[in-house]
Design a protein around this ligand. Sequence first.
Ligand code: HSE
Length: 342
Amino acid sequence: MRTIRLLMVGLGNVGQGFLTILSEQKQSLETHYGLNISVVGVNDLRMGSLADSKGIPIQNLLAAAAKGDLSTLSAEQKGFTVEEMLDLVDYDGLVEASYTNLQTGEPATNYIRKALASGKHVVTTNKGPIALHYAELQALAKQNGVQIGFEGTVMSGTPTLFLGMNWLRAAEIQRIQGIFNGTTNFILTKMEEGKEYAEALAEAQRLGYAEADPTGDVEGYDAAGKVVILANVLMGKSIAMSDVDRQGITHLTSTDIQNAQREGKRWKLIGTIEMVEGTIKASVKPLMLPLSNPLAQVMGATNAVTYTTRYLGEVTLVGAGAGRLETGYALLADLLSIYRKN
Ligand code: HSE
């Protein structure tokens, strides 16, 4: 049995989702992978920090996180910053699930840099560091003989990047098009059912799909972050957030939605990355798609991606794009692909 000692930064929905799956799959991870995954340190901006070389019992962590306070748990060390934790604690891998900042990528990028530079594997669901600093972080990982897993940054645990980076790698991806934001797809679905925009957005917030500040969702920034990641990881290009021709859904009215319906079409917020005369073009904008397009059939908070390839034509993957367990699963799957190889 191999013990993997993890540090976690961020114990919000995604971090707790990851821990839930870890506790449910404990036996299976031991039996099928020969892995005992232990959490030796946690740091959450709101809940506090603790570390214990013997491992912190997952159930205790989950119970404390549900109350939003880690201070009641006993541990060898408490009350340190993330930087101090990364220096002081002996660990094998970092699970980074702190909040996303698509403007600077901080503070998560610095945590990731620090872990990679000291030869530790990193798994993250944080879009900021990958959208803004992918090439640098990947180079740093390589230099230090470690890996960075980031599947959960696009379409949560639905294996979008995995499919593109592995099976489709040699199929020559020519175009990527998809629904990369659950909140906006949910709003458009509800508007088609007759709800008003504000009412639909409030419901998306209640259901936990929307970001803390939903501007990032409805103005297309969240989808643009994912488009940048897909372009940089799968198309071999280096584009920035400002290269994405971005428009949100806030100007769409119920009349627009009904007019599309009458024409046998549907509005979707679509992210597109394609090569046009040797130049990469990236956009996020509402498009009126014919119902024959598989993306037009994707309703509610579900996401989807269509890869147009040279050898397979179009390959469409439909699945979850957000959610506690759905995104937490990406962290576990990334860890398993790292530790199965090493
Ligand atoms: N707010 C995002 C969405 C979460 O609605 O898809 C996943 O990035």
